[in-house]
Design a protein around this ligand. Structure first.
Ligand code: A2P
Length: 329
């Protein structure tokens, strides 16, 4: 299979290359794609130097599969041209996620929504992916009525510029800024830009994408997304009200058997997930599982994952693997 990685020189693109390599993804030819600025440079893949090309040049090489992570504008401009040429596109940007008819996929949750003939598949937002991986098995059993989520998001979610801003601030260097405010020793209650209702785009992605993935617009969801000076992964405090009652042991049992989930939850030995330990891991970690004693049928939990891996690169590649297994590629 000929596989193009569009955005290969970016943070998520770099992790995609690493994950393709680690999982020994069956590719015959890797086509790293970036902007004109990077075309002609090389990247390392499986110990070899591979030439970076522009999207136009990549089209000419007729890839079977293209993994896009080069921002919404690049996806809007190029995804259709690739699918018209017969390439299956899995897109990590927000450009197509809410488009009716475009599947928005987390394989262990709703992989079965991909149909034969689907050419463009959207990969959800990082914060949404980790939340639905942990909530889907509980939703199946107890039915979710309402979710209140607060996020503590890694600077890696913003891109290379944000990682540099944090490092520069820690080293006392004045450099380019990804955020309007200092991020070191701070929390910024704004991820992405504001929408007219006073919520940010990131918060509305959590609302809309979760409903689309669960196929249920009646679920109430409200979110507060916060950027924190952390680089390893995103954390989420999630309060979830179910339609039916649960017992904590049942919840633990369901989560410990769920695909892609690791339960790390032992208050007696101070065990709970943290972003520093989720870094470079593909699983979604869940801890602090406890009943909300102020409301009926309601649970509190803490969900942590590496946003560049399960939140982006790994999920994209798992979609491709799922499609190959189902003979959809
Ligand atoms: P480049 O390095 O040439 O700018 P990040 O989100 O980490 O900043 O990465 C963005 C990725 O998307 C980079 O690989 C970047 O390439 C790529 N990219 C940005 N604009 C385009 C474009 N117009 N065509 C192809 N790739 C693009």
């Amino acid at each position: 299979m000929r596989v193009a990685v569009v955005g290969a020189t970016g943070l998520v693109g770099g992790v995609m290359l690493k994950v393709l390599e680690e999982r020994n993804f069956p590719l015959q030819m890797l086509i790293p794609v970036a902007s004109e600025r990077s075309a002609g440079k090389t990247i390392k893949f499986k110990g070899q130097s591979v030439l970076v090309v522009t999207p136009e040049e990549a089209l000419g090489l007729k890839p079977d599969l293209a993994l896009f992570s080069a921002g919404g504008e690049t996806s809007l401009k190029w995804a259709g041209r690739f699918t018209d040429a017969g390439t299956i596109v899995i897109d990590n940007s927000s450009a197509w996620r809410m488009e009716p008819g475009i599947p928005l996929i987390v394989p262990e949750v709703n992989g079965d929504k991909i149909k034969a003939g689907d050419k463009l598949i959207a990969n959800p937002n990082c914060s949404t992916i980790q939340m639905v991986v942990a909530l889907a098995p509980l939703h199946r059993k107890y039915g979710i009525k309402r979710i209140v989520v607060s996020t503590y998001q890694s600077v890696t979610g913003t891109g290379i510029k944000a990682v540099r801003q944090l490092e520069d601030e820690r080293n006392g260097i004045s450099g380019e800024k990804a955020y309007n405010y200092v991020i070191d020793k701070n929390c910024i209650p704004q991820c992405d830009v504001f929408t007219p209702n006073g919520y940010t785009k990131e918060e509305m992605k959590l609302v809309n994408e979760t409903r689309k993935i669960f196929g249920d617009d009646s679920i109430g969801i409200t979110a507060t997304a916060v950027r924190v000076p952390v680089a390893g992964g995103h954390s989420e405090a999630v309060n979830v009200e179910f339609n039916s009652d649960f017992d904590i042991e049942g919840v633990r049992m369901i989560l410990s058997q769920a695909d892609g989930v690791v339960v790390l939850d032992d208050p007696t030995s101070n065990q709970y997930p943290m972003p520093a330990m989720s870094e470079n891991r593909d699983e979604v970690f869940v801890g602090r599982i406890r009943r909300d004693e102020s409301a009926g049928n309601t649970l509190n939990m803490w969900i942590v994952a590496d946003n560049l891996r399960k939140g982006a690169a790994t999920n994209t590649i798992q979609i491709a693997e799922y499609m190959m297994k189902q003979d959809l590629i």
